[in-house]
Design a protein around this ligand. Structure first.
Ligand code: EPZ
Length: 423
């Protein structure tokens, strides 16, 4: 099993360029099933999750030419498309559910074995199914009781759908299904994440008629056909936020290229509260943590545009070495404090109670053997490893490989003392 060895590092300096967004490219790749023409996706990050999604599209019958050395993937779903997503791929990546809407539209049926819960929560899909039923799909209840989504549909018909929670995945699945339904769909209390906007702009280029993506009400007018197009994926805002924290926690100063500050307003506001200086320039965003101590602050995760749950653990890494106590409240997932035990192994002395974690701060962290419990938590313990005395050994780093392209190389280029060892 591969591991990272992280040593206490000097303040990070230099520049880093952000890769394409994992959480934008996955639904966009799923949406290529909606046309039998060739789609070229550019700025695709070389990640395990992208490999799995490409394998899934191939297993469904699409022709996939993955050129990740050029950050490009060509997909042509022109032949016979199978309706069933293989469980061995779905269990590797729960985002496989994102093919549900497109598969149902393309073949009239979609069969996806649910992988069940993961480290951060139970990950239900009842909102995805509520949306598809509203559009006219039938969900086999006996199969569902066995953890298998088995949906069938004739021609889908537009409808008004209210999401009880602004679920990102449910919003994406419903937008894809509604894009080729008959008539108009209004999706209320929709997720507003930038990745939804990127999916909608990809689909609109294909000929879809989607308005309001990025707000809580999205209107989709169904069309007859969608065409193949090429599309550049937006930069990964969570990777960008992670590198912003890497400069803050090491009191370094870095230039982050190819990031969109507008996608990180909540994180930027919180970093400024911690005393970090952040300036957007024509070259990119300068993050300067060299001038001040880290001031403690509180964060509460919320659906976009609130503070992103995916930045909760990387930001908590910073708070473990802030000058006083902080509170972190996680409202999006029910079990996203698995990283607390890892931080505590390093001496952070964090207490959790339900959705709330209290970080005392003011600690001198010590290197330890820690585990990446999910991909963001894995990045977070690397961040604390950069400032802890001694060596931090991070295992289960396959999680990190899922979501951070060339993570070690990018950190090394900034002066971080990190290496990957294959055991
Ligand atoms: C997406 O997951 C992201 N993944 C997650 O990023 C991200 O943390 C999450 O959105 C929230 O921003 C991808 O885009 C591939 P949700 P998703 O449906 O779509 C509950 C990462 O680190 N819910 O918005 O699964 C659910 O249980 C990953 O890159 C229901 O209750 O997130 C959770 O508590 C981790 N019923 C909350 O909503 C449903 O039917 C948010 O889930 C669906 C969701």
């Amino acid at each position: 099993m591969a591991k990272f060895l992280v040593q206490k590092s000097e303040p990070l300096h230099g520049e880093v360029s952000i890769s394409g967004s994992k959480n934008a490219v996955l639904p966009i790749l799923a949406a290529t099933l909606l046309t039998d023409e060739k789609c070229t996706i550019l700025d695709v990050p070389a990640l395990r999750d992208v490999d799995v999604m490409c394998d899934l599209l191939r297993s469904l019958g699409a022709d996939v030419d993955k050129k990740l050395e050029e950050n490009t993937v060509d997909v042509t779903a022109s032949g016979e498309i199978n309706s069933e997503a293989p469980f061995d791929l779905v269990k590797m990546m729960r985002a496989s559910i994102l093919v549900l809407g497109a598969l149902l539209l393309r073949t009239g049926r979609a069969v996806i074995h649910l992988p069940g819960g993961c480290a951060i929560g139970e990950r239900p899909v009842e909102l995805h199914l509520k949306g598809l039923k509203a559009l006219g799909a039938t969900i086999d209840q006996a199969q569902l009781a066995k953890g298998i989504v088995d949906a069938t549909a004739g021609k889908l018909k537009g409808n008004t759908i209210y999401l009880d929670f602004p679920s990102v995945g449910a919003t994406e699945v419903i937008i894809m299904a509604a894009s080729l339904a008959e008539g108009t769909t209004i999706l209320e209390n929709a997720a507003q994440e930038p990745e939804i906007v990127d999916l909608a702009s990809f689909l609109n280029k294909m000929g879809a008629r989607i308005k309001g993506a990025g707000t809580d009400t999205i209107k989709i007018e169904g069309v007859e056909k969608l065409h193949g197009v090429s599309h550049n994926v937006i930069p990964d805002r969570i990777e960008a936020g992670t590198f912003m924290v890497s400069a803050a926690i090491t009191h370094g100063r870095i230039l982050i290229k190819n990031m969109l500050p507008d996608h990180l307003k909540a994180v930027i506001a919180k970093l400024r509260e911690c005393g970090v200086e952040i300036e957007a320039t024509d070259e990119g965003v300068i993050v300067d943590g060299s001038k001040h101590k880290i001031i403690s602050t509180d964060i509460k995760t919320l659906p976009y545009p609130g503070f992103p749950t995916d930045m909760q653990s990387p930001f908590m890494a910073l708070l473990t070495v802030a000058d006083g106590p902080s509170a972190v409240i996680e409202t999006v997932f029910e079990n996203r404090f698995m990283h607390v035990a890892e931080f505590n192994r390093m001496g952070a002395n964090i207490k959790t109670e339900g959705k709330c974690a209290i970080i005392p701060g003011g600690k001198k962290l010590k290197g330890a053997q820690v585990v990446a419990t999910d991909l963001r938590a894995g990045a977070a313990v690397v961040l604390t490893g950069l400032v802890a005395e001694g060596t931090t050994e991070v295992s289960q780093i396959y999680h990190i490989d899922r979501g951070y392209e060339h993570f070690v190389d990018k950190l090394k280029a900034l002066g971080a003392n990190i290496m990957r060892i294959e055991e």
